[in-house]
Design a protein around this ligand. Sequence first.
Ligand code: FRU
Length: 511
Amino acid sequence: MTHRNRNRKEMHMISQTLQKARDFEAQYAPYVPQEERPEFHVTGGIGWINDPNGFSVYKGEYHLFHQYYPYKAVWGPMHWGHLKTRDFIRWERLPVALAPDMPYDKDGCFSGSAIEMPDGRQLLMYTGVREERQEDGSMKPFQTQCLAVGDGVDYEKLDANPVLTAADLPKGGSTEDFRDPKMWREGDCYYAVVGNRPADGSGSILLFRSDDAFHWTYQGRVASNHRQYGMMWECPDYFKLDGKDVLMVSPQEMSPMGLEFHAGNGTVCMIGQENEKKHLIRENVHAIDYGIDFYAPQTLMALDGRRIMIAWLQNWDTARSHPVTDRICGQMTLPRELSIRDGRLIQRPVRELDNYHGEKISYKNVPLSTETFLTGIRGRTIDMTVNVRPANGSVMYHAFKMNLAKDGEHVTTIRFKPGQAIVRVDRSRCGYRFDIVHVREFPVYSRHGCIKLRVVMDKHSLELFVNDGEQAASFVMYTPVSADVISFEAEGELLMDVDKYDLVFDKEDEE
Ligand code: FRU
C-alpha cells in the first residue's frame, strides 16, 4: 500500500491550511487568560470546539481530538484539535491534527475516531465533507469516510481516500448525511459504526467491517430509529459493558417524550444484546444526560479496563455564546466512568478527580427547614456531595433545594421533591441573556425520600450526578465566578450531610 512505503519526511508533509491553523493557534491561544478557561475541563486553544473525536489510547496515553474552528468562536470549516492526558484531568495540548485541505474534505473534517494500529501508528477515521453547487444554486454536501495515519502528532491523509463513499451505502442511504465513524478492533478484525439517513429521512447506524482497518465493507444495520428517537442519528458509539451491548447516539430533531427526552438535539443510549450480525436487540432505552448542555458523547476503554465517556458540554440548540469571552466557545464534560446497573447506564466522574481534592469540609445530620448557609461551603471549582433524608422517618418533607453560584443577582438551583421523585435544575438566573431553555426536570429513583446529589462545578459548568450516577445532568453556567455562595433550603423537615472538596490544580508546584 502506498502509505506504508512513505518515508518519514513525506509522512509529515503539512498542508498550508493545516500550518495556518497551527500557527494561528500558537499565536493566539496564549492570549486566552486562564481565568477564561475552566480548571480541568477541555477547551479549544482558541475559537470554537464541538464534538469530542478520536478519544482513544495511544502509546499508553489518552488522546482526545475535537471538532475545531480556531479562527472564530463560531462553527466553521471543521479542523481537528488535539490533546492528550494520562489522568483525564490534566491535558496537554498538541498541534492541530487535521485541516480541511483536500478536495474530498475541503468543507470540513467532521467527527470520527482513532485507534492504535499493531504497527504502532495511530489511525484516524473521519468524515470528509465536500459541498457542490447544484443547478438551482443551492449547495449540496457530500459526506464520505476518510483515513489518516500518524505518529500521535502529525497525520497523513491516505491516497486512497475517501475509503467509504456513496457506493458503500445500502439502498436509499443518504450521501448528505453519512458521518461520524466510530471504529474499534475486535479479535482479528476492525469494525466501524457510521450514522446515516435512510430513505424515510430518519436515522440509522450502519456497520462496516475490515481486516486491516484500511479496506472496509458494509455489513448491515446495527439499529434504525424509524422516527422513534429523533431523525438523523449523529455520533454513534457501540461497545460492550458489563455483559451488555450499548449503542449511544445523538439524534437531531427529537420530539419530547415525558421527562425522558426533550425536543431538539438529544442523546440516547440503547442497552441490549447484539445478535450474530451485530444488530442490537434493545432491552432498554434512555437519555444519557438530563441536562441542557450535553451532546455527541464518545467512549474509550482505559488501560485498566474502565469504559470512559466524554462529551461536548454544550448543545446545538443552546450554544449561542460562551460564558466569558468571544475568544473561545465550547468545552468538554468531565470524563465519566460508565457501568450498567439494573439495565441502566451509570455515570460517575473519573476517580482521578479525587487526586485533586483539596480541603474537605463535612457536615453531618444538619437539620434543615429555612435557608441555611454552612461555613466553608461555597465555591465554583468544587466536588460536593449532599445526602438528604427525612428528619422524621414517618413524615415526608415536601422539597429540598440547593442554591449554587449565588450572589445578589444570580442563582442556579437544584430542587428535589420526593413526592414526585423529580429533580429540577433551574439556571434562569445564571446570567445568560438569551431566552432559551434554562430549566430541566427529570425523574429520579428516591428511596423513602433519600437522595444523593453530587455536584461537580468548574467555574462555568455544573455537572450533577444523582444517586451515585443513576442520572447525570450537565449545564453551562454563565455566572461570574465571583458568585460562589451556596445555600440549602427545605419545605418540611429533613436532615442533610454535606461533603465538599475544593478542587486544587497546583499540586505539582507544591511538591
Ligand atoms: C454533531 C455533528 C456531527 C458532525 C459534526 C460537525 O455535533 O453535527 O454529526 O460530524 O458535528 O462539526
